[in-house]
Design a protein around this ligand. Structure first.
Ligand code: NDP
Length: 337
């Protein structure tokens, strides 16, 4: 069983030297009499929150990785053997799994059976999985959007951002996104249908840039990055605007998070700012699936993935999130069947 092992706690930017590969042997049968489920991992998800789990003194809501242990995260897998009455050999599932070829799951709490296979299986770690639910809950529940409103999305070409922009367009909002390369900016405009987009790395003055793209101001900011972008957005908010604080990726590798200077705008503009965790919204998953599956089938929503082949390339793919190497949802293919 090939595995990706977490070496030790990280400070600053993670590198691929913070993880290493090992190979061990394991039985491909669940122990007699146990309710465990043995799966073959097919697709693994690289997610920014995994950085918080690489730190010991973290403020994350989920525990740290243990040095010397296999990494884990969301994945899509196939059941090879099961002692659990709800899972049988051949079932396809998504949920929490190990960064390894095979995982013996003793807890099945976070395993979900895959309801339909007429979409790519990897979608269950993207548009039909945690990032999809994040975009859905964050946009509809937190931002309470209305037709015609001005919406700004940062890290807009990523796993979450590309969906927020498309949901906003379906509702009839005016949507601008930002991303870190020309390729991503083109994708936002040409593939995801954003009204406009810009490369934040080429903008020396974010305040005047936002003024250019939002002369009337911003009603909704879906924040994936935090830091100076959030600070620049605050004075540009319209009265009674809403900000969904989804992520702060610009801060994850910093020892001391950056301060914000423009907080007074929250009062002046009567802005509602709300942070949220997707895990509080999984009860909406059936409703989300009902909405999103027809849109996918009719081509009204598209989803771009950045696919890396091979478990051995997973560490590089994960650290690539923090330099913006991924174009779309970062997926690692362990096996296609
Ligand atoms: P993405 O697919 O968007 O990948 C991360 C992207 O972040 C990179 O491609 C890069 O794009 C951008 N980025 C990296 N460093 C910086 C930086 N210093 N400043 C600005 N942008 C940067 O990730 P996800 O869509 O999976 O996640 C987006 C955000 O949502 C993250 O902050 C994540 O933590 C958060 N999240 C929150 C959840 C919740 O429950 N609240 C659940 C899931 C995700 P670029 O080239 O544009 O710089």
């Amino acid at each position: 069983n090939k595995q990706v092992i977490f070496k030790d706690y990280v400070s600053g930017f993670p590198t691929d030297a913070d993880m290493y590969m090992t190979t061990s042997t394991m039985s491909l049968k669940v122990p007699e009499g146990s309710q465990a489920v043995l799966v073959k991992n097919l697709y693994l998800s690289c997610d920014p929150y995994m950085r918080a789990r690489m730190t010991y003194t973290h403020t994350s809501y989920i525990g740290s990785f243990k040095p010397g242990s296999v990494l884990n995260g969301f994945g899509v897998a196939k059941v090879l053997d099961s002692g659990h009455p709800n899972f049988s050999k051949g079932d396809l599932i998504w949920g929490f799994t190990g960064w390894e070829e095979y995982t013996l799951m003793t807890s099945t709490e976070t395993l979900f059976k895959i309801p339909t296979t007429d979409v790519p299986l990897s979608y269950y770690i993207g548009i039909l999985g945690m990032p999809g639910m994040t975009a859905y809950a964050g946009f509809y529940e937190i931002c309470t959007p209305k037709k015609g409103e001005y919406v700004y999305v940062s890290s807009a070409s990523g796993a979450v951002g590309q969906l927020v922009g498309q949901f906003a367009k379906l509702l009839g909002c005016y949507v601008v996104g930002s991303a870190g390369t020309k390729e991503k900016v083109d994708l936002l405009k040409d593939k995801f249908g954003f009204d406009d987009a810009f490369n934040y790395k080429e903008e020396p003055d974010l305040a005047s840039c936002l003024k250019r793209y939002f002369p009337e101001g911003i009603d909704i900011y879906f924040d994936n990055v935090g830091g100076e972008m959030l600070d620049a957005v605050l004075p540009r908010m319209r009265s009674h605007g809403r900000i969904a604080v989804c992520g702060m990726i610009s801060q994850y590798n910093m020892e001391k998070p950056e301060g914000l200077c423009n907080l007074i705008s929250i009062i002046i503009k009567q802005v509602k700012i709300q942070g949220f965790l997707v895990r509080s919204y999984y009860h909406l998953y059936p409703k989300y699936m009902e909405m999103v599956l027809p849109h996918i089938k009719e081509g009204k929503i598209v989803y771009v993935e950045d696919t890396v082949e091979g478990l051995e390339n997973a560490p590089q793919a994960l650290i690539g999130l923090f330099s913006g190497a991924n174009v779309g949802k970062q997926v690692v293919v362990v096996s296609r069947e």
